[in-house]
Design a protein around this ligand. Structure first.
Ligand SMILES: Nc1ncnc2c1ncn2[C@@H]1O[C@H](COP(=O)(O)OP(=O)(O)OP(=O)(O)O)[C@@H](O)[C@H]1O
Ligand SMILES: [Mg+2]
Length: 493
């Protein structure tokens, strides 16, 4: 090497290397000293493997065998150990030539550091939005409850009871809002308890149609395009309804001057959306509205991200839709062109196999028991006594206790229960174990699980055992009675 070329070898900040075919260093440029701290004399004779990070060795060896076949290696990212024992990333281009290999390594550590910093900043920003949003919403709710309590207390002190009912109702409403908020947060965190059943998305969308028409207003045309012979999916019907509703409301909001809202269902075979090739049932909600810019799309799934005016949106819609879809093994995907419209599609894994307990709606009617015997196991005293009262009011005979062993004793003493209602998180033996044990003797007894969290044991299998259902806390009185009546095959009277 002579003249100008030699200069480049000398001043480059990229690493240049000449390796022997057996992988030993033959020559290195001065950048090895400035970047990694090695003089050429320290390296010559060493094997290239000595400086490569253990986790990158396999890839390095693959590249070497590729070169032995005479191929060029490009953009091979490897970490090299510097003299101070830290590792740095370099992207290598290597060319075999006769009995040597020429290599050039470009530092990619700086770019990686920057990417990492940016990711970290984005995470912090999202986290800030999340905590800020929760704090803000909960403050409002607490303000509502606290205010009502204060006024009621004051009136009682003055011997007045007028208006207290209304105030307490308002406080009750605030509690419901708080429960709704935690539900949506759990959905986002993929930790809500799902009650999975075989769902026909076409039927679900058709049922929603009635609700949707008034919701989207007269300026928006609703079109349903349902695929014939749509596959089934294992999902939580009521969560899925609320996901589709959320998407429809977003679509409506994006079309203030009217437009067309289309809900399309389709079977998509062998698609890879990040979980390997699988079959999916897709529900796509499209609008002809404002569309979304790439930067909005990027943040749209973040909780509390909203472009809507204060009080118009909480920014939880899409985050809970995607969280829910992911919890059932799918995901949500946004496609949008500013000025033309948006499609948000729900990809739900196809369910094959026998019909699991189909989702039964008990429509509106008051369902009452006929003296069936319910065994209620719940360690929270207050919840237990409320549930007991509610069930007795609804016409059931209730035995209750606070833990599993006591429940087993009650069953031994007879009479056997027609239904077991049990909290999952019990001290000692948990609710799931209890149900298994009870079913050893009472094979067909239906079980209603009550839980504050998704149950991992079910998340794995993606399905509830037969004749069981799941109710997540906090639940309304109606939800409890409906679930009990469903399991006991109660009919509306
Ligand atoms: N169909 C759509 N067209 C255009 N923009 C959309 C659409 N859907 C969502 N977006 C954008 O994504 C943001 C986040 O949507 P998301 O549903 O999570 O929250 P939100 O609708 O603002 O509030 P919430 O759903 O909690 O009432 C919206 O504020 C809006 O900017
Ligand atoms: Mg929304």
């Amino acid at each position: 090497m002579t003249g100008g070329r030699e200069k480049i070898w000398a001043i480059s900040r990229d690493l240049y290397v000449v390796l022997a075919r057996d992988g030993r260093y033959r020559d290195t440029n001065p950048a090895w000293l400035s970047e990694l701290g090695y003089e050429a004399s320290e390296l010559i004779g060493l094997g290239f493997e000595e400086l490569v990070h253990a986790d990158d060795l396999d890839r390095a060896r693959d590249a070497v065998s590729q070169m032995l076949d005479g191929d060029v290696v490009e953009d091979l990212e490897l970490r090299l150990r510097a003299k101070d024992a830290t590792y740095r990333w370099f992207a290598w281009t290597c060319v075999p030539d006769g009995d040597v290999v020429y290599g050039m390594g470009r530092d990619t550590q700086r770019r990686r550091d920057l990417d990492e910093q940016q990711r970290h900043a984005q995470k912090l920003e999202a986290l800030g939005r999340l905590t800020g949003g929760i704090a803000h919403d909960f403050n409002n709710i607490l303000g509502g409850i606290g205010g009502a309590i204060e006024v009621v207390a004051e009136r009682l002190e003055n011997g007045r009871v007028d208006g207290t009912r209304r105030l307490l109702d308002a406080a009750g409403g605030a509690v419901k809002r708080a429960a709704g908020l935690t539900h949506r947060l759990l959905a986002y965190a993929r930790q809500q308890a799902l009650s999975l059943s075989d769902v026909d998305a076409n039927a679900l969308v058709r049922e929603l149609e009635l609700l949707l028409r008034p919701l989207i207003g007269e300026q928006v045309t609703l079109e349903l395009r349902m695929q014939d012979g749509l596959w089934r999916t294992l999902s939580d019907a009521s969560q899925l309804e609320s996901a589709v509703l959320n998407l429809a409301i977003n679509a409506r909001d994006a079309m203030p001057a009217g437009g067309t809202l289309t809900i399309l269902t389709s079977n998509i075979a062998h698609a890879d959306i990040g979980r390997g090739r699988r079959d999916y049932v897709v529900i796509a909600v499209s609008d002809t509205g404002t569309g979304m810019s790439p930067s909005v799309i990027e943040k749209a799934f973040d909780p509390f991200f909203t472009t809507k005016a204060i009080g118009q949106g909480t920014g939880l819609g899409l985050s809970m839709v995607d969280g829910f879809a992911r919890q059932t093994g799918g995901r949500a995907i946004i496609e949008s062109t500013p000025g033309q419209g948006t499609t948000v599609s729900l990809w739900l894994p196809r369910h094959v196999g026998e019909n699991a307990a189909a989702h039964a709606h008990v429509n509106g009617a008051v369902v009452r028991g006929r003296g069936q015997h319910v065994l209620l196991v719940e360690d929270e005293e207050m919840l237990r006594s409320i549930a007991r009262e509610v069930l007795e009011e609804a016409g059931y005979r209730v035995s209750d206790c606070a833990e599993a062993y006591e429940a087993l004793r009650l069953i031994d003493a007879g009479p056997p229960p027609d239904l077991l209602v049990t909290d999952i998180g019990l001290p000692g033996m948990d609710g799931r174990q209890l149900a298994l044990t009870v079913r050893e003797t009472l094979r067909n007894v239906p079980v209603l699980f009550v839980t504050g969290y998704a149950w991992d044991a079910f998340a794995d299998s993606q399905t509830l055992p037969e004749r069981t259902a799941m109710l997540s806390k906090p639940f309304s009185v109606h939800a409890l009675i409906d679930a009990v009546a469903d399991l006991l095959g109660g009919t509306p009277t």
